[in-house]
Design a protein around this ligand. Sequence first.
Ligand code: NAD
Ligand code: MG
Length: 401
Amino acid sequence: MTAKKGITILGATGSIGVSTLDVLERHPESFHIVALTANNNSEKLYEQCLKFRPDYAVMVMADAAEQLQSRLANTPAEHTTVLGGADALQYVVSLENVDYVMAAIVGAAGLLPSLAAAEAGKRVLLANKEALVMSGKIFMDAIHENNAELLPIDSEHNAIFQCMPVANGAVSKGKNGVEYILLTGSGGPFRDRDLKTLKHVTPEEAVAHPNWDMGRKISVDSATMMNKGLEVIEACWLFDVPEDRIQVVVHPQSTIHSMVSYNDGSVLAQLGNPDMRTPIAYSLAWPDRMTSGVAALDFFELARLDFEKPDFQRFPCLRLAYEAHRMGGYASIALNAANEVAVEAFLNRKIRFTDIPLLVEEALEHAPSGTPSILNDILVQDSSSREHTESWIKNNKISLS
Ligand code: NAD
Ligand code: MG
């Protein structure tokens, strides 16, 4: 019998975290849960601790950690060690008995712990695309230099990974006959909406994705198609391809999760029901496969698959992401930071939906050219772009521009 794999889940209480636990629960003989982490949702982490009994539970908010520790006393999870603060995230990814790290924190907050997992030589299951968009080469170098493994959880990148000739390595244009990556995206809830009404979109409408059930930030990103933009940059880093070799294909049914086009005319695609448990199970079991709880596709139910070109006028965020990647690493950091701040402000009803790309464009105009070579420069650019966007929102400059 092979030993159980130890796993830490960063962002256990989120949409990806919960799907990961659902898959792990189906394979108790193969995995041991070392740590579960959350930002401030102590209620959900409490329930997860009772059910999964991890060695460690981390709450970033220190007072929430204290609360959790006292609630776990005299329960079946009383042996769980509760830690508080962001530094504890890096500790629980680096522990010796951790083999796999699910990196499923949303946004820039996931960068340091995801990078720590790479530096500790773990198998990194990367859902946190923002971390890779921000750190690009530094992240990929950390993976290679520490003999870590990087398995993409994003459904598109997981699909591409499955369609690539080299299972886990740099696959670039010209190598192995790969010509293009065809990155599919549903187009979100506003694909057909009258353009003139987009400025009146509410947070409730924006988070109601037609096919996927996800966290609020990525749902808004899907509505602006910034999500696809971030994914273009993510794919460039993961598969070592330039951005002009990545074609976004709007595919409203979200059945084909992405494709790879080869120089002999072959196009390989990965298909499945839109359920993140498939890429999660694939990455946990790789190079094998294991059950995920997801039903197989019924092609007679599907009946048809549709495809469209992306509309850059409707989705300026997609154009801005291509532009940012062309500009360099600082611009990608600025794009991500401004977008995170703008999405939060939109969800809090401080700005309009259509202000999001305006704020991102403004941040790009202020980004220096070039690419940071050390982590500290990434963090400095991230905070400076955040401050810039926050001040634009606070001073209401967007509606004046
Ligand atoms: P979510 O909002 O549902 O969950 C986010 C998790 O991160 C929570 O556990 C939360 O406690 C934690 N978190 C939030 N802020 C934090 C902070 N400052 N410090 C530490 N932890 C913090 O998000 P999600 O939908 O699960 O997405 C997670 C990541 O996976 C995102 O990067 C997203 O782009 C990516 N992703 C998600 C999906 C999906 O289907 N949900 C698909 C592909 C990629
Ligand atoms: Mg995706």
